[in-house]
Design a protein around this ligand. Structure first.
Ligand code: FAD
Length: 381
């Protein structure tokens, strides 16, 4: 069999894919990345970049470039339930707010600079294993082409038609949660400190608001199944009416102008278990597991799992690990690093969606306000 075109093919150019491509290219692997959308593109996300993201950027020596994009520093968290006074906690780290359009383009540009061959816009339509290598069918504006690689890293996000191609078990489970993201100018915010992220809750729904770059605020809304026929913007207005803290945050004309704010990435989200490896293909980022967004840590996990698979593939090359040993090493590292926080973040999300859980949580926080900062710590690496 002839030598494949690449050592590693990465599917998807979000934070997971671009980070894996940067690490592996810098390790000397011949890496290609295939991304189906043209960038910059927006995606469903609260756009809160947590500590882990900043640590990985530092390790990759990209901090200066990142700072030149003027991310908004975030140093405190404010939890505002509909039925109680708000609770505030300082972070023990500095996080940042940045539009995903800006952040993801920055990472993908750095993958190119690291020597990665980027196919964009181009979608992987199928992946087929042939002995010790993979054959990828890639569709772009010119038609279909075939690429071959020794290893495939799947970084295609929370759902892709490729999941059907891989017959992944999680497809049988239906999620009951839907999310939507809006961008709006910061001039519609009142009494708001730019360095805070606010979470507003009401029955079966919550939203996060924080400032990102370019005088823009992000509103990310999540709820248990959108009511039939009620558009997401109308549900956000419902939350506005149920939660006095949210109403006090935005200007009086917010309700009338919300129709003009673009909506990005509305979608159904599954937070349950997925497999880490399918037929020798390594899943990273949301393709491996989606963390409940309240933890605000999905991008950090995506980048951390990208670093992890790069280290594992380097070990595989240096120590000639068998395929089985390589898969086992990745699965073990993944579970060790992420499982605890995933469980914990999901538990908090369940509590937020239940009236009983929310009331109990508020009472506990009223008695032990310092617990909020411990909860924040517990949901990250
Ligand atoms: C409501 C909500 C709010 C969130 N808020 C936050 C937050 O504030 N902070 C945070 O850290 N995390 C947050 N997250 C999680 C975060 O958005 C994800 O964890 C993160 O985007 C995962 O990155 P990824 O690279 O794995 O996937 P993605 O960012 O989804 O990137 C996948 C890429 O793959 C491409 N792709 C898909 N299929 C193919 C194909 N067949 N061929 C080629 N390309 C393909 C897509 O176009 C996309 O660009 C939130 C999630 C939700 C649901």
């Amino acid at each position: 069999m002839s030598e494949p075109d690449y050592d590693i093919a990465v599917i998807g150019g979000g934070p997971a894919g671009s980070t894996a491509a940067i690490y592996t290219a810098r390790m000397g692997f011949r890496t290609c990345l295939i991304e189906k959308k043209s960038f910059p593109r927006e995606i469903l996300c609260g756009e809160f970049l947590s500590r882990e993201v900043i640590e990985i950027l530092e390790e990759l020596q990209l901090t200066e470039q990142f700072q030149s994009l003027r991310p908004n520093p975030l140093t405190a968290f404010r939890y505002c339930p509909d039925h109680s006074h708000p609770f505030t906690s300082e972070f023990r780290f500095t996080a940042y707010g940045m539009k995903r359009g800006t952040f993801d383009s920055f990472l993908l540009d750095n993958a190119r600079s690291a020597g990665v061959t980027v196919y964009q816009p181009a979608a992987v339509e199928s992946v087929c294993r042939k002995e010790a290598q993979y054959d990828l069918v890639v569709a772009d504006s010119e038609g279909e082409k075939h690429l071959t690689a020794h290893h495939v890293i799947a970084a295609y996000g929370k759902f892709s038609p490729l999941d059907k191609n891989f017959h992944r078990d999680f497809l049988q489970h239906k999620s009951r949660l839907n999310g939507v993201k809006l961008h709006f100018p910061t001039k519609y915010l009142r009494n708001f400190s730019n360095n805070e992220i606010h979470i507003f809750t009401a029955r079966s729904m919550y939203c996060g608001v924080n400032v990102v770059n370019d005088n823009t605020a992000t509103l990310c809304f999540l709820e248990r199944r959108f009511k039939d026929g009620v558009p997401p913007r109308a549900r956000i207005v419902e939350l506005l009416r149920c939660n006095p803290h949210f109403a006090a945050l935005v200007s009086s004309d917010f309700e009338s102008v919300i129709e003009t704010f673009p909506i990005y990435g509305a979608g159904n989200v599954f937070f349950g278990k997925k497999s880490f490896v399918e037929n020798g293909i390594f899943m990273i980022g949301d393709a491996a597991h989606v963390i409940a967004p309240l933890a605000g840590d999905g991008i950090g996990m995506a980048m951390q799992s990208a670093k992890m698979i790069s280290t594992v593939l380097d070990q595989n090359r240096q120590n000639s690990l068998s395929e089985e040993a390589t898969e086992k090493l990745y699965s073990t590292m993944w579970k060790l690093y992420f499982q605890r926080r995933l469980r914990f973040a999901l538990m908090i999300q369940h509590a937020l969606f239940s009236r009983w859980g929310k009331r109990a949580g508020t009472q506990i926080l009223s008695t032990f306000p310092h617990m909020l900062s411990s909860l924040i710590e517990y949901t990250r690496g």
